[in-house]
Unconditional design. Structure first.
Length: 116
């Protein structure tokens, strides 16, 4: 797993995820103020708006990152390296998904604490 985190940092996926989550929470803040003309946005309204942005636009924002995250390993022929160290295609995929979910959770927690 440590190797997957290092690859995520070297491929700059973690930075892209950070920018996407900041964008998601900023949209969750600016859409009610800009479109609905809400004067003061409460904490629950902000999270509901951010949740709405994530559910409505999340597949558009994150599909590219997920595809790039997994495809980058195939394009560099790193799958042969994984076979040499004893990983099959399923453990390779599950490690990638686990790293991606962990990074997303870290950015969600950071975004919640920053926009509090």
């Amino acid at each position: 797993m440590k190797l997957e985190f290092k690859k995520s940092i070297s491929n700059k996926i973690i930075y892209t995820l950070g920018v996407l989550f900041i964008f998601l929470f900023l949209l969750g803040y600016f859409l009610p103020i800009g479109i609905d003309k809400v004067k003061s946005l409460s904490y629950s309204q902000f999270f509901f708006s951010s949740y709405t942005v994530a559910t409505q636009l999340g597949f558009l924002l994150f599909s590219f990152v997920i595809a790039y995250f997994i495809n980058k390993e195939y394009s560099n022929k790193n799958i042969l390296f994984y076979k040499l160290i004893g990983d099959n295609i399923f453990t390779f995929f599950y490690k990638k998904v686990a790293v991606f979910i962990f990074e997303c959770l870290v950015f969600i927690i950071l975004s919640i604490t920053l926009f509090q």
